[in-house]
Write a protein that binds this ligand. Structure first.
Ligand SMILES: *Cc1c(COP(=O)(O)O)cnc(C)c1O
Length: 395
């Protein structure tokens, strides 16, 4: 018995420490980590540069409040602006908070333009978080059920269906923004096409809507560019970040550009912890190591190798519907619910995840080596084959 609220179905394992892409449990067993704390541990576990930077910053100053200038925060905002082409950054502590900021920003932008009840277009199978506004924006009834009344002001369209967005535009004069994931994560690893992104951008320009991308999961070099939107050639007005930004130290960010910049004023939004020196140092160090060690290129290389490996290993296997993704966001869709594979893999010393019931999701750290990628494919493929054959794994 613990006194924890029962919000997670947890695997029966606890880790004591990690090193690189390996985790070690209380029994001393080693695991190959293909989850990275759900796309969080960009630099893997126990990265010496990150550990040192955090330790040094903790000794100097952990928190001081946004009532004062925070130099680490200013530095990080400069860096993020330079990498993304965005103009300004608001810092918070998580993905849902970053999206709350984006939603508030869009509404305020609407009101400033005389729209009384501003609406935001969101997508089916989207995931934006579990606060009331973000679960309302999320396109998954399981996340919403029991928490009605939902926050109003969202129009939902099928992902990658530009005509559906056009139809909303025709009938609703109060739309002020579109919010979507360039690569849907929780929804099953579905990248938006570059054409769709460009058409959506054009519609936003035509109607003066804010083009808002949720890169909480796909951002920070995971897809082989700093941000996933950069592969489409369009630039958003608002972007949200979190998960991989601090390599495990909680930090989120809402970035704005052009018409979305300058919307917030003192008093319109805030966060007590947001952008504290410790979190900002972790994020700046993450970005510096990603750049210095070429982890963006590595994410692309390892992701391609892992997908190619599974395509070879699972080529003749009935029940594998699709192997897809971009960079180190990898989805292996099966023809049946496969949540049970998570425990099977755990027993075999592999940390994986299943999302959307039928899709194995692999979002490993960006420090994966060629050998790590090959090992992941070699060890996971037989588990998938056995699972589909309906056989129990003989360890
Ligand atoms: C995880 C996630 C969120 C929510 O982030 P939290 O830090 O859990 O609040 C929002 N959007 C996307 C795309 C995510 O993957």
């Amino acid at each position: 018995m613990t006194h924890l609220m029962n919000t997670y179905g947890r695997q029966p394992v606890a880790f004591t420490h990690g090193k690189g892409v390996r985790l070690y449990d209380t029994q001393g067993r080693e695991y190959l980590d293909a989850m990275a704390g759900v796309a969080v541990n960009t630099l893997g576990h126990g990265h010496p540069d990150l550990v040192q930077a955090i330790a040094r910053q903790a000794a100097e100053l952990i928190h001081c409040s946004n009532l004062y200038r925070v130099m680490a925060q200013e530095d990080l905002s400069d860096r993020l602006a330079a990498l993304s082409g965005m103009d300004e950054v608001f810092f918070c502590n998580s993905g849902c908070e970053a999206n709350e900021a984006a939603i508030k920003l869009a509404r305020l932008y609407g009101h400033q333009r005389g729209v009384e009840l501003p609406g935001i277009i969101v997508m089916e199978h989207a995931f934006h978080g579990r606060t009331l506004a973000t679960l309302s924006a999320t396109g998954n009834r399981k996340v919403q059920a029991g928490f009605e009344p939902l926050t109003p002001g969202f129009y939902r369209v099928p992902f990658s269906d530009i005509e559906a967005v056009r139809a909303i535009a025709e009938h609703n004069r109060n739309v002020v923004a579109v919010l979507f994931e360039p690569v849907q994560g929780e929804g099953g690893i579905h990248p938006a096409t570059q054409d769709y992104m460009r058409e959506l951008r054009a519609l936003c320009d035509q109607h003066q809507w804010l083009f808002m991308v949720d890169e909480v999961q796909c951002g920070i070099a995971r897809t082989g560019s700093w941000f996933a939107f950069q592969q489409s050639g369009v630039v958003p007005d608002v972007m949200t970040l979190a998960k991989g930004l601090g390599s495990g130290v909680p930090i989120g960010a809402c970035l704005a550009r052009g018409p979305a910049a300058g919307v917030f004023k003192p008093g319109t939004h805030g966060s007590t912890f947001g952008g504290n020196p410790l979190a900002c140092t972790a994020a700046s160090t993450t970005l510096a190591v990603v750049e210095r060690d070429g982890l963006m290129e590595n994410a692309l290389r390892q992701g391609d190798a892992i997908r190619a490996g599974f395509r070879t290993e699972l080529a003749d296997v009935a029940g594998v519907v699709d192997i897809r993704g971009v960079g180190l966001m990898i989805g292996i869709e099966l023809d049946r619910p496969c949540g049970a594979l998570v425990a099977t893999a755990l027993d075999a010393g592999l940390l994986i995840n299943v999302t959307s019931d039928t899709t194995i999701r692999l979002v490993p750290s960006l420090v994966y080596s060629d050998a790590d990628s090959a090992e992941l494919v070699k060890r996971l493929s037989p588990l998938i084959r056995n699972f589909l054959a309906g056989a129990q794994l003989a360890a």
